[in-house]
Design a binder for this molecule. Structure first.
Ligand SMILES: [Zn+2]
Length: 349
């Protein structure tokens, strides 16, 4: 491995050459780069040769899914949303559902943890990638924050919080009607536990915060730094664990509950910039995630992640193969430096 030590953090990568004879008789070398995530220590791989393979379903942006018009059978559309979705438990909330402007929030019918809710953007049933309004995203985020803040008052042990999004079924979404998931639990997820441990260890060792140092290092290099929206800084992940993975770092901020309207709006603006970038690549599915641990610490700064998933279109190959599932190393096909270069125009102006 070749350490790149511009800062205390190591950005390590190694090139592997895999030799074989092509069916046409040529001697071929496949180039694979193995990178180590400076924050987590996890390895991921970039198989450059595979970028030459034409991926089915990405020639153009796929047509809207078959249920894009089915507003009458969608449980998230009005008016049936008020009859067909769960209501908040009366011991913790004095209202059945939380409303913030056009956003409506209610419990997830299929909870993944102690507190699990869905935050709609508005009554729009199908919104193509990159076409949501800035206000709808901002208001849905704030609805999630209001839900988490209320919960936290009545259950201060539910410190493991997150906001996630699965856009379209190929990203895990069960309904096309756009929504965020909001989570709070007393039990940490793997990522909460592992990330917090790494951030604390780095702080103990250096007296500094790992995401601030990561950002400073990336700003200095300017290879993967994309741009800024308000206080949030956006960059292509050095060792991506998803296609076209982009991070947003908010230095010096540790709590989801402490974000103000402007910071949510800036986050929403960057998420929409990323979506427009994905749209330019003819991708229609993505996952978003922002997690935090609300225990008053000052080591794990807020970092959001957004990555493209396999397209939601007929006969598209899933992006997680036996390699990712069984061996745990994500393999993508293009350099994060190229991702950053292609994304930057969407942050201009
Ligand atoms: Zn709907």
């Amino acid at each position: 491995m070749q350490p790149d030590e511009n800062s205390g953090l190591k950005f390590e990568k190694e090139i592997i050459r895999s030799r074989f004879i092509h069916p046409d008789g040529r001697q071929v070398e496949g180039i694979i780069e193995v990178r180590i995530n400076p924050v987590t220590g996890r390895t991921s791989r970039i198989a450059f040769n595979r970028s030459k393979e034409k991926e089915i379903g990405t020639e153009r942006l796929p047509a809207p899914p078959p249920d894009a018009q089915k507003t009458d059978t969608c449980p998230f559309c009005r008016p049936q949303v008020f009859e067909q979705t769960p209501r908040l438990a009366k011991d913790r909330f004095d209202r059945a559902r939380l409303e913030h402007k056009a956003s409506l929030l209610f419990p997830n019918l299929f909870p993944y943890g102690r507190y699990s809710a869905v935050s709609l953007f508005d009554n729009s049933h199908f919104v193509e990638i990159g076409k949501a309004s800035l206000d709808s995203y901002t208001d849905s985020f704030i609805n999630c924050q209001n839900f988490l803040a209320s919960l936290f008052k009545s259950d201060p042990d539910a410190i493991y919080m997150a906001i996630t999004q699965n856009h379209l079924p190929s990203a895990g979404g069960s309904l096309v009607h756009p929504h965020l998931q909001v989570h709070a639990d007393r039990i940490a997820t793997n990522h909460h536990r592992f990330l917090r441990r790494r951030c604390a260890a780095y702080h103990t060792r250096s007296g500094r915060r790992i995401f601030s140092d990561y950002l400073a290092s990336e700003k200095e290099r300017q290879q993967r730094y994309i741009g800024k929206t308000g206080d949030w800084h956006w960059l292509a992940a050095f060792a991506p664990e998803g296609f076209f993975e982009i991070w947003a770092i908010l230095p010096g901020q540790f709590s989801l509950l402490a974000l103000d309207h402007g910071q949510w709006q800036s986050l929403a603006r960057g998420v929409l910039n990323t979506q427009r970038f994905y749209r330019s690549l003819h991708r229609n599915g993505y996952n978003f995630g922002l997690l935090c641990q609300e225990d008053g610490h000052d080591v794990m700064e807020l970092r959001a992640v957004i990555l493209a998933r396999s397209n939601y279109a007929p006969w598209v190959r899933n992006d997680h193969t036996g390699y990712e599932i069984m061996l745990g190393d994500m393999t993508t096909f293009s350099a994060p430096e190229k991702t950053a270069a292609a994304a930057r125009p969407f942050w201009d102006g």
